[in-house]
Design a protein around this ligand. Structure first.
Ligand code: XMP
Length: 324
């Protein structure tokens, strides 16, 4: 695709001009925007870039590994991984309120990222890190009124500004692009299709797809159910037909069921497949019955704690895409 080749070449050249011989850091979220931004900047300045990935333990099954292995293999990027799973679990202990969860996750994220950034900056004090790479897209620019102001991690990660003594200039190579162009650019840069075609995923991750308090056990249950739903959607060839497919665990609800000769008393799972253009409005996706059937059978057979599978048939509005 010629246009994408040109966009890639021009953006790489622009990053080289902007950063020169200085160093840059980039926070990877597991999402497509930060991955494409990082891959592009890596092409431009190579080892002058260090990526930081905060593993908060709220990603879907296999996604942290994709960042740590496949993304690194595809790009050759320097990656600094922080395993912060315990820390996030501790901070979220007993918290069921959605907005409070968002605040806690956002706050912890910025603290961990800040510590990591200090370490990366301190690794080689002779060459201070002056630039922060962000995967800001054109719609983000428009939404925030055109200006970027001080260096923040993208607001959709629910993260506020960095502390004053960590001052960076921003590198935002995707500022003129829409999502579909970012995906095309990602393919052009050789990123794995699992990353390029990943559904939009909220910054607070699975933390806001557990209705109730977040625990390690609940996260594992949700991850297993979500993985089955995702796999079956993929096998049906319908990945690109839906916008998002949240799977939600109603962790404080139990219902009676029967399995073999025994009564069960497990948790329900909600499937929330939606179609949308921009997440502002959405329709519930009319997935084929055979697919829903397969997902339901597999989840109730394979995820021990789940004994009931439901489908959310509410559009947005009046529902939202996420349950929290
Ligand atoms: P709702 O649930 O409001 O979601 O219809 C609209 C879009 O935003 C995503 N979303 C979030 N993204 N942090 C994020 O980064 C959040 O706290 C958050 N809440 C919702 C949601 O996945 C959907 O794409």
């Amino acid at each position: 695709n010629w246009t994408m080749v040109n966009i890639a070449d021009e953006s790489i050249e622009a990053v080289r001009r902007q950063v020169g011989t200085k160093r840059a850091i980039c926070g990877l979220s597991g999402g497509v925007d930060s991955a494409v931004a990082a891959a592009l900047v890596q092409r431009a300045i190579g080892d002058q870039l260090t990526c930081v990935f905060v593993d908060h333990g709220l990603l879907r099954k296999g996604e942290a590994e994709q960042v740590e292995k496949d993304f690194v293999a595809a790009t050759g990027v320097n990656l600094h991984v922080v395993d912060a799973q315990e820390r996030f679990l501790a901070a979220l202990d007993g918290v069921a309120d959605p907005e409070q969860k968002r605040k806690i996750i956002g706050r912890e994220f910025i603290r961990v990222f800040e510590e990591a950034a200090r370490q990366v900056v301190g690794e080689d004090a002779a060459e201070p890190v002056e630039f922060l790479v962000q995967g800001t897209l054109y719609p983000d620019v428009v939404e925030s009124g055109g200006g970027t102001g001080a260096a923040n991690i993208k607001s959709h990660h629910n993260v506020g500004g960095l502390p004053d003594d960590l001052q960076f200039q921003l590198v935002e190579p995707l500022r003129t692009l829409f999502k579909d162009e970012v995906r095309a650019l990602g393919e052009q840069l050789g990123l794995p299709s699992e990353i390029v075609w990943r559904q939009p995923f909220p910054g607070p991750g699975l933390g806001i797809r557990i209705v109730g308090a977040v625990t390690k056990e609940r996260l594992d249950i949700l991850r297993d159910a979500d993985f089955i739903a995702r796999t079956e959607l993929s096998n049906a060839g319908l990945d690109r037909d839906i916008w998002q497919f949240p799977v939600v665990l109603l962790a404080d609800v139990r219902s009676v069921g029967v399995q073999g000769d025994s009564r069960t008393y497990g948790h329900p799972i909600v499937l929330r497949p939606v179609t949308s253009e921009d997440a502002m409005t959405a329709d519930w996706a009319k997935l084929p019955y055979e697919l829903l059937q397969r997902i339901s059978t597999r989840i109730t057979n394979e995820v021990r704690e789940i004994n009931r599978v439901t489908v959310d048939i509410t559009s947005k509005p009046p529902g939202t895409i996420e349950w929290e």
